[in-house]
Write a protein that binds this ligand. Structure first.
Ligand code: GLU
Length: 260
């Protein structure tokens, strides 16, 4: 049924927008993906339970699951997706270099990012929080004053921390795995990041603690290159997200990964 709806939707869209490249027009990214028969998606390998790999190298988590639903919606087969690992700091570059068609990588929509990227409708709302070692005296952001905090380069917490709390010493890493190891080694008092990713660490390790306060609102969305070429693709992705949300599939996936 869903396949049928999507096929009809895509057909209508192709007719309305003109499938194929006309003289003097730019070929849409959606059309390119349909022609190539595979959707290439930038996802995280360091952000359990949103994006990680199992021992066999299979990409798992909420973000790859959404990517598979999008591939099914656009190409009729959830296997027609190729994953490329991105980090917080290289995800935009990999989008613009053409390494990936879209990015689904715990990426928050911000006004600054909107200047250079296009985004789908949000598919999840996270919030920045602190992860500390159990028993730590740090209970809030203010307690980090003149102490050190760990961030991942290119994340929204790097930006918000540098701006809001310039008196905190910042220790930066490329991935959340490195950030976690640094906290364990005592390189800083806390990791500042999204509650989603920090909870993933706390669930696996009872010696660390996710503090209850949330400092920001982080709407996660699929990211696209900014421009006319992305328009049809964004429409298709929004349609798929809305449909999968309404039919309960997104909720099921979240439950599967213990995501609230
Ligand atoms: N959601 C935040 C961001 O987009 C932090 C998580 C991440 O590092 O991806 O920067």
């Amino acid at each position: 049924m869903l396949k049928k709806i999507l096929t009809v939707f895509l057909l209508v869209m192709f007719i309305c927008c003109g499938c194929g490249k006309k003289k003097g027009t730019v070929e849409s990214d959606l059309n390119k993906i349909v022609k190539k028969g595979v959707l290439t998606v930038g996802v995280r390998a360091d952000a359990y339970p949103f994006g990680y790999k199992d021992e066999k190298g299979k990409y798992l988590g909420y973000d790859p699951a959404i990517a598979r639903l999008i591939a099914r919606g656009i190409l009729g087969d959830e296997k027609k997706v190729k994953f490329v690992t991105v980090t917080a700091s290289d995800r935009m570059m990999k989008l613009y270099s053409g390494d990936v068609d879209i990015v689904i990588a715990t990426m928050s929509v911000t006004p600054k990012r909107r200047q250079i990227l296009d985004f789908s409708d949000p598919y999840y709302i996270a919030g920045q929080a602190l992860l500390v070692k159990k028993g730590s005296r740090v209970r809030s952001l203010q307690d980090l004053d003149k102490k050190r905090a760990i961030i991942v380069f290119g994340s929204t917490s790097e930006n918000s921390l540098r701006k809001a709390m310039p008196t905190i010493g910042i220790v930066g890493y490329k991935t959340y795995e490195e950030a976690y190891r640094a906290l364990k080694k005592g390189k800083a008092e806390a990791i500042v990041s999204d509650d989603t990713i920090l909870l993933g660490m706390a669930l696996k390790d009872p010696t660390v603690e996710l503090l209850p306060k949330r400092y920001t609102r982080e709407p996660y969305a699929v990211a696209f290159r900014k421009g006319k070429e992305s328009k049809d693709l964004i429409r298709a992705v929004n349609f798929i997200i809305e449909t999968e949300n309404k039919n309960g599939n997104l909720k099921k996936i979240r439950e599967n990964y213990s995501i609230k």
